[in-house]
Write a protein of this length. Structure first.
Length: 277
């Protein structure tokens, strides 16, 4: 067996002193790191709360991704009290509030230190149809319709003031929708996709009567009956009737009935009979 020689008293004392020295150095380094980190944190907090790091006005909000909304319109949607310390702004909360307040599909907010500002990137809802008001004479007491505004392709409703565009603006959607009830709003994506693929131009949809979806088209007024998955077939039948103007003038066609797309019919305007003098 290998014999281990015992350590002398002086060697043991030296080892203990070495261990104590290392322990003191380790503690000193840990304390130094703690105070350095605390000082840096305090310095950053102090610096970011100075006037240099404040958002004073909406002009310090940089907007991107907008096409219909102006920069100013998006800036005014940001719910901030000015002046606002930059580091107190919570980007995720602010982005969620933006989506709730404006016609936006998405919003992303980031902070920028130099120069101090907020960067806001948005994706807008694109209006594809104007929702027209329903007159009091056409409204029944217990029927609720969507208020005047816009619909996007997914059926999301937006108020008229959303984009700040007037009645004569070229940005206004050409398609008009009258009398859609909230419970039928979920069908709009399928309806819109189908009518936009129709070769026959459609300018207005009247859905005041759920039992009769009425279209204003280049061939005249079209009655479809209740909305159903047959809409695509009904419009295909309408496309086959594009030679109708060669046989009847617009003033002679009262309506086209496609409630049964396999048996379309055309109602002709009745002319008063000529009376003999």
């Amino acid at each position: 067996m290998t014999r281990v020689s015992p350590l002398s008293r002086d060697e043991l004392k030296h080892r203990r002193q070495t261990l104590r020295r290392r322990r003191r150095i380790s503690i000193s380094q840990a304390l130094w790191r703690f105070w350095a980190l605390s000082g840096l944190t305090a310095a950053v907090f102090w610096g970011t709360t100075r006037p240099t790091w404040l958002i004073y006005s909406p002009a310090q909000i940089n907007v991107s991704g907008n096409h219909l909304l102006s920069d100013e319109a998006v800036q005014n949607l940001v719910p901030l009290d000015y002046p606002q310390p930059l580091m107190k702004v919570e980007p995720e909360i602010l982005a969620r509030q933006l989506r709730d307040r404006g016609p936006l599909v998405s919003a992303e907010v980031t902070r920028q230190l130099l120069p101090p500002r907020l960067n806001v990137r948005v994706q807008e809802r694109v209006p594809v149809a104007v929702v027209l008001p329903v007159g009091s004479a056409d409204r029944t007491s217990d029927t609720q319709y969507l208020q005047a505004g816009f619909l996007d392709a997914h059926g999301a409703w937006m108020p008229l003031a959303s984009f700040g565009i007037g009645a004569a603006s070229p940005q206004l959607p050409a398609l008009q929708l009258r009398g859609i009830q909230p419970q039928y709003q979920r069908y709009w994506p399928q309806i819109y996709e189908t009518i936009t693929s129709s070769p026959v131009a459609i300018t207005e949809i009247d859905w005041q009567d759920p039992n009769n979806l009425v279209l204003e088209t280049a061939l005249g007024t079209v009655y479809l009956g209740p909305y159903s998955p047959e809409l695509e077939q009904q419009l295909a039948t309408l496309d086959k009737m594009r030679n109708l103007p060669d046989q009847l003038t617009d003033s002679e066609v009262a309506r086209i009935d496609l409630s049964n797309p396999n048996a379309p019919s055309v109602a002709v305007v009745e002319r008063p009979a000529n009376t003999e003098p």
